[in-house]
Each structure stands twice: as structure tokens, then as C-alpha cells.
Write a protein that binds this ligand. Structure first.
Ligand code: ASP
Ligand code: MG
Length: 407
């Protein structure tokens, strides 16, 4: 039988300690003996990345990004070397590589670099020698040989990009949950594992708060049509397949529900309603690098209007400073902010064909006396910004109304 390449990625919790690393070693040796060429990508052990990041912030409030990449990339170097040692201990051939060694070339945007090319030459060579190849996730190198990282959760991206570059048959993402669920099972214990989900739905869910996979990695998987299997590293159960289209006979309207409490809201009051004002505000905010999400502007009857928008909580401080500065300049009123918000979203490709989903969502929130602060929609999702304390209730109610337990 012809050998084909499989890429497997193990997340931080799957390699959190020595026993787990040994267990992963056993599992990948089993996969390899099924006549595969095996390329394994690992994350840093457990919370290592958070811990080393904290050390940097203990040294400086504003650590230089190049040095952050030098530092943050070390976690994966430890786990990939230990895993290679563990595989060899089992009597099998393995070799560990950094991003640099396998030729993952990125642009120069430190801490959120984009992959430009992957040479993969050393991988092919090692596979030909019968070795299991173990690659440190989340990192690459610039043309000047500076180490870069691919944004938090970036090992997923390493795995998907390698699967593309190596023309792998499948990319398996091993994690601490059984797959992708209709919603967070910690909020709704009756949430169901989804068997197959489309790239579009998964991308939407990941961007809106589902934490199973890094959103950027799904974008790449979609672009190159690389099937992904998200599954548990602690069981042999099949997980969730992420694919181009699913073959549901009659597509259901809503596939999943997400909630995200990582955003904050800024409101600039009494903004003069005239051309160019929004442009000025968001130009000022974007200069800070803060990523703006939902924006709401009211129709004005008085030539003054309020503009609200959301930003990630960890970018609130700088966005707020910028908003206050521009508010003064354009003679607007007060600038308010609110950290206690949540975005609750319903997602499903079936929305394209079904109507009344928004109405049903709003009715459900109304019945539960949950006030909607902001609304935004895409072709396959509807999001409401509500109070953070009401997020869990909203998710529970929506999960029930859209009958996701029955999937
Ligand atoms: N270790 C990195 C992080 O925690 C990358 C990853 O886990 O995918 O973000
Ligand atoms: Mg991680």
C-alpha cells in the first residue's frame, strides 16, 4: 500500500505533563504503524505559554514584540523535544524540529506573523528515513532569521499549513474535548457533539467565541479544502469532521451557539451627524491596533448621534484613550465604556434557506427578559450583545429553542 501523509496536532492539555507526553508517544507510534507517514505538531505543555508571557510582563509593561517571540516560541521547543525523546524510548524513530528547521517562513509581524512559504524539505527527508517527524507549533522565521509566532492558538495553523504544504490526506487536531459541540458543554450539559460541520460554520463559530480551534487555521483549511478531524487525545472515539459541505438531507437552520465574553463596548455620545465623522473616529482607533468589531450608529433626528462599538477587552484601554481624544477633537459628548458584555451568537449555513431565525432569537431573549444592546449579522450568523451576567441563560434558552439537543 502506498504511504500517505497524516498531520496530527496535539494541544497544550494533551502534552501537559510527562505522563501525557508518554501517552501521546504511544498513540502516535500506533498511528504510524498503520502504514502512514506521520507529521506531529505540538503546542507548549499546559499553560506554559501563559506563564512565560506573565514573566515578560513582570519585567516590563511593554515588552518588545521581537523579544516576545523569542520567548514565547520556547514552550513548543520543550514539548516537541520531549515527545521525540519519548518516541525513541519506545524504540521507534523520531526527530523533532523547530519552525525554522522545517522552513516555515513568515512575514515580519511579530506576535501575529503570517506564513508565507513552507519548504518542508527536511520533513520529506526524515519521513523517507522512516522517522516520525515532530514539529514545534506556533512558530516560524523571517527572511532575516528572526523567530516569529503565529498568534495565540497558532499551533493549529502550523498543523493546517503543514498539511497543505505536504499534501497530507487529513489533518487531525487532538484536544481535550471530544470534538465540536452545539454549544459549550460547561454551560449546557446536554450539548451534542457535531458529526460534521462546514468550514464556513466552523470559521464563524471560532471567530464568535468557540474555543476549539484558532479561526485563522480554519481559513487556511477552507482555502485549500483540507479536511480536519477534531478529536480527543484521551479516547479513540471519532470526533467532528470539518469539511467543505455536509450532506444533511434537509439542512437545519442553526448548527451551533457561541458566547464570548472577551469584548468590551465603547460609546461616544452626541457625535455630530455629518460626513467624515465615522471615518475620523475609526481611523484614530485603528491607529492603536485595536480590532473593532460590531459598530452601531443611531439615526439622528437632532443632528447628534451616539456611536457604539466593541473591541477586545485587552485592547480597551488604548481604544478608549483614542476614542476620548477624537471625541474632544470633533466636539462630541461623553465617552462611556462597559466591560460587562457578552456576545451570544447563533450560527448555521442553513440560515441561508430558513427565515425567521432572527425573530426566534429575539423572542427567546425577550421571553427571558434579556435586553439586547447591539445586533449584528452575517450570512450565516446572528449575534446579540447582552449583559455578561445573562450570557449563560441566553445560551441555555437558545440551545433549547433551536432544538440542538436533538441533533
Ligand atoms: N502555545 C501557544 C498558545 O498557547 C500556541 C498554541 O497552543 O497553539 O497560544
Ligand atoms: Mg495553547
Amino acid at each position: 500500500m502506498d504511504k500517505y501523509i497524516v498531520v496530527q496536532k496535539f494541544g497544550g492539555s494533551s502534552v501537559a505533563n510527562i505522563d501525557r507526553i508518554k501517552a501521546v508517544a504511544k498513540r502516535i507510534v500506533e498511528s504510524k504503524t498503520k502504514n502512514n507517514h506521520l507529521v506531529v505538531v505540538v503546542s507548549a505543555m499546559g499553560d506554559t505559554t501563559d506563564e512565560i508571557e506573565e514573566m515578560a510582563y513582570a519585567v516590563s509593561k511593554n515588552p518588545p514584540e521581537r523579544e516576545m517571540d523569542m520567548l514565547m516560541s520556547t514552550g513548543e521547543q520543550i514539548s516537541c523535544a520531549l515527545l521525540a525523546i519519548a518516541v525513541k524510548e519506545l524504540g521507534h524513530k523520531a526527530i523533532s524540529f523547530t519552525g525554522n528547521q522545517v522552513g516555515i517562513r513568515t512575514d515580519k509581524s511579530h506576535t501575529k506573523a503570517r506564513i508565507e512559504t513552507i519548504s518542508g524539505q527536511r520533513i520529506h527527508q526524515a519521513l523517507a528515513e522512516g522517522k516520525i517527524v515532530i514539529v514545534a507549533g506556533y512558530q516560524g522565521v523571517t527572511e532575516d532569521n528572526d523567530i516569529t509566532t503565529l498568534g495565540r492558538g497558532g499551533s493549529d495553523l502550523t498543523a493546517v499549513a503543514l498539511a497543505q504544504a505536504l499534501k497530507a490526506r487529513v489533518c487531525e487536531i487532538f484536544t481535550d474535548v471530544e470534538g465540536v459541540y452545539t454549544t459549550d458543554p460547561r454551560i449546557v450539559p446536554s450539548a451534542k457533539k457535531i458529526k460534521t460541520i462546514t468550514f464556513d460554520e466552523m470559521l464563524e463559530m471560532a471567530s464568535l467565541g468557540a474555543q476549539v480551534m484558532q479561526a485563522r487555521s480554519i481559513e487556511v483549511a477552507k482555502k485549500y479544502n483540507i479536511p480536519i478531524h477534531v478529536r480527543s487525545s484521551f479516547s479513540k472515539e471519532e470526533g467532528t469532521m470539518i469539511v467543505e459541505t455536509t450532506d444533511k438531507i434537509e439542512s437545519i437552520a442553526v448548527t451551533g451557539i457561541t458566547s464570548n465574553t472577551k469584548e468590551a463596548k465603547i460609546t461616544i455620545c452626541a457625535v455630530p451627524d455629518q460626513p467624515g465623522i465615522a471615518a475620523q473616529i475609526f481611523t484614530e482607533v485603528s491607529k492603536t491596533g485595536a480590532v473593532v468589531d460590531t459598530i452601531v450608529q443611531n439615526v439622528s433626528h437632532t443632528k447628534l448621534t451616539d456611536i457604539s462599538f466593541t473591541v477586545p477587552k485587552n485592547e480597551l484601554a488604548k481604544a478608549l484613550t483614542a476614542a476620548k481624544k477624537i471625541a474632544r477633537k470633533i466636539n462630541a459628548g461623553e465617552v462611556l465604556h462597559d466591560k460587562n458584555i457578552a456576545r451570544v451568537s447563533v450560527v448555521g449555513s442553513g440560515m441561508r434557506a430558513h427565515h425567521g431565525i432572527a425573530a426566534k432569537m429575539f423572542q427567546t431573549l425577550a421571553k427571558n427578559k434579556i435586553n439586547i444592546d447591539m445586533i449584528s449579522t452575517s450570512e450565516i450568523s446572528i449575534s446579540c450583545i447582552i449583559k455578561e451576567t445573562e450570557a449563560a441563560n441566553a445560551v441555555k434558552a437558545l440551545h433549547k429553542v433551536f432544538e440542538l439537543e436533538r441533533i
